[in-house]
Design a protein around this ligand. Sequence first.
Ligand code: BG6
Ligand code: MG
Length: 218
Amino acid sequence: MSKKGFIFDLDGVIVDTAKYHFLAWQQLAKNLDINFTEEENEQLKGVSRVRSLEKILAWGNKTISQDLFDKLMGEKNEEYLSYIAEMDESEILPDVPKVLSFLKDNKQPISLGSASKNARTILERVNLKSSFNAIVDGNDVTKAKPDPEVFLIAAKQIDMKPEDCIVFEDSVAGVEAANTANMISIGIGSKSVLGHADYVFNDFTEISEDFIKSLIEK
Ligand code: BG6
Ligand code: MG
């Protein structure tokens, strides 16, 4: 069988942590008297912590000092980590282990490509760290999605050319990053949000082994 590089985003693709980011940002925004909608929240998915807070402040027309900015980022992360501390394998999204095993059995290289600085902690909590041949996360990049940097590094670490990589992403910014990297983008979520992806599925239960095989042979 030929080889493709499979790159997975983490939050909202492998585990349902997107809801925890949302809860933590919402709490913070409420304290600042800022309201943001679910639709605006889509713009926070895949986006770095710094960029997320900048966006929320812009929605609320607020400017704050650098010291307060740093303090709020720390508070958001602590709140987020308190949710993560309770996580276990039950929060792995449906059929993700099945797809990872199928790829492993077929000797396809697998990499993580996440914006999160908490990615390794989360993978350890849900016992999936050993499923990845490489892990690239928010600690390894200088440019946030939609910049393709995270996926380009992920491809390099598994010795694959970008055009031979397939990216699973739940965020608008992440699909854009995959497309810019010249990779095949697979959106996990709704077509109305991720219409710019090459393929879109609601979740991994809709992704058949035949479909994955067809990507490998492409
Ligand atoms: C992405 C999430 O995976 O990671 C974003 O989709 C989040 O919502 C970003 O802001 C950074 O994560 P963290 O854990 O470093 O704050
Ligand atoms: Mg995501």
